[in-house]
Design a protein around this ligand. Structure first.
Ligand SMILES: [Zn+2]
Length: 284
């Protein structure tokens, strides 16, 4: 930042408002040392699958001692064009009405899309903090599983070192990327949520240890993404069912061959009777 400006507050925690696919990814407060004017800058991430062309937010301002000050309602981001998964907000300097402003909270009121639709956030709920990613690079079994998965699916495994986490409307990928819950495929690395949850399961770690390079039953994972235990149960069930099917097939084959040999016996019997009858006719 220019020496004319001084940073007085910054927060890089990621926040989301339930009901929207728009994330606040950082906030700062700065002061213009020449004029004494305090201003803020908010960085957003568009997780919608469409372009945002306008945004209305409200801002509550607080002093250094957390006393409420005059806020801004609404602040409008006009004439923007933010495609899906793009960051915006750094071009907007929000001048605070109160010179003592240090902290502030944000609420998303209205999002206007380029297709003419709007999303109005009537609930005015508070924003939630997205927990920091949990590093799992020390969990070698899980890492090994994810590495195999990445190799099989042509995904770079370098960034895959975080625990997969799910919150209300978002999920955090092993690459650290935050995705909206409407998609099961990571917008940043292309990994599948169900697969990653399966690979993060300690049960799978044991499987790798026992059976190295065992292929992941992809279809099964996609059918049941809600819980790891569910996935394991499903695999066991499927194996049992497959065993039953195999047994049934064997019994059917046996039955068929028994029927065939019975038919053959009858034909041979008739044939012998005919020969005997002909020989008998011959000697008459
Ligand atoms: Zn990812």
């Amino acid at each position: 930042m220019d020496s004319r400006f001084q940073l007085i507050f910054s927060d890089n925690r990621k926040l989301f408002q339930p009901g929207t696919d728009l994330l606040v990814i950082s906030r700062i407060t700065a002061v213009d040392l020449q004029s004494g004017i305090r201003f803020g800058q908010i960085k957003f991430l568009n997780l919608y699958d469409k372009t945002i062309k306008g945004l209305h937010i409200s801002i509550r301002c607080y002093s250094e001692n957390n006393e409420p000050l005059e806020g801004i309602d609404p602040y409008e981001y006009k004439n923007i064009s933010v495609p899906s998964s793009a960051v915006f907000g750094t071009n907007n300097t929000i001048v605070f009405p109160a010179q003592e402003t240090v902290f502030y909270s944000v609420q998303i009121q209205k999002i206007i899309f380029s297709d003419g639709t709007e999303q109005i956030n009537e609930k005015q709920a508070d924003l939630f903090v997205i927990p920091d990613p949990i590093d799992i690079s020390s969990d070698t079994e899980c890492q090994e599983g994810i590495k195999d998965y990445c190799t099989n699916h042509n995904i770079s495994s370098d960034r895959m070192k975080y625990k997969v986490q799910r919150a209300d409307v978002i999920w955090q990928c092993a690459c650290g990327g935050i995705n909206p819950s409407r998609t099961n495929t990571c917008m940043y690395c292309g990994a599948h949520l169900g697969d990653l949850l399966f690979l993060s399961n300690p049960e799978y770690g044991k499987q790798i240890k026992n059976k190295k390079k065992k292929q992941i039953p992809h279809k099964l994972i996609k059918q049941n993404e809600t819980s790891y235990d569910g996935i394991i149960e499903k695999i066991k069930e499927e194996q049992l069912r497959e065993n039953d099917r195999r047994k049934m097939r064997i019994t059917e084959i046996e039955k068929l061959s028994r029927n065939n040999s019975r038919k053959l016996g009858v034909v041979i019997g008739i044939f012998i009777i005919c020969i005997v009858f002909l020989i008998w006719l011959f000697f008459l």
